[in-house]
Design a protein around this ligand. Structure first.
Ligand code: DX5
Ligand code: ZN
Length: 218
């Protein structure tokens, strides 16, 4: 199966975004990953819909928007309007997830659910027949540059097996601490999309680093 790379712009400087988007636009990455944080669901604040909208004109890459926010329902339409291609919210938010999924799918956008490391995988079962992707967090959400949590690999396997056994079509995206080594472990466990932040941005040339990661897995 093909591996999709989704570089997380959280790994770069927000003062340099046009250049970063250009570098990624020139790369083999198919997605660009946007980490939206509200300082409430997670202890960090990043950006909102206007930021995404400003960058939307600059590339046709798939905008893979990861909402680490509470009150998803209140803000969902704003993130739909700015041109997100995939909208993923967290399983742990206290809202009716089926309603949120419906709202996203009604706009012909892909819907995803992310689960934190401490959340049991079985809690996502009932949603797997109606979503397009699941994000398995392999770090505690909030910050880039953390170490990959190896104890999450079992969860990836369990979700992947369940998807296969039930003939479902759901992508498994891995978010947190991805590099050549940990990425391989996740793909072997059944994942097919890798988010990568600090691993790419710590290298000199973002386009080349992204292409090398892509080539390594494809
Ligand atoms: C963490 C974010 C990740 C993060 C990944 O809350 O969801 O997308 O940017 O960054 P690295 O690859 O540095 O772990
Ligand atoms: Zn993310």
């Amino acid at each position: 199966m093909k591996t999709i790379i989704s570089p997380s712009i959280l790994g770069g400087s927000f003062s340099n975004m046009e250049k970063i988007i250009k570098s990624l636009d020139n790369s083999k990455a198919e997605y660009i990953h946007f980490d939206v944080m509200d300082g409430d669901f997670v202890p960090n604040l990043t950006f909102g819909p206007q930021f995404i909208s400003n960058l939307r004109q600059q590339t046709k890459k798939v905008f893979d928007v990861h909402l680490m926010i509470n009150r998803v329902g209140k803000f969902l339409d704003n993130y739909i309007k700015v041109g997100s291609d995939i909208l993923t919210f967290h399983l742990e938010v206290e809202e009716n997830l089926h309603d949120l999924i419906k709202e996203i799918k009604n706009k012909n956008i892909k819907a995803g659910i992310a689960i934190k490391p401490n959340t049991n995988w079985e809690e996502i079962k009932e949603y797997l027949s109606v979503i397009d992707q699941v994000i398995v967090m392999t770090v505690d959400p909030g910050f880039g540059g953390q170490s990959f949590m190896h104890d999450q690999v079992e969860k990836i396997k369990n979700i992947s097996n369940y998807i296969e056994e039930n003939n479902l079509k759901v992508d498994i995206e891995i978010d947190g601490g991805v590099n050549y080594e940990t990425g391989r472990v996740c793909l072997d466990a059944g994942a097919n999309i890798l988010v990568a932040g600090s691993f790419l941005f710590n290298q000199e040339n973002l386009t080349e680093a992204t292409n090398e990661l892509y080539n390594f897995f494809n």
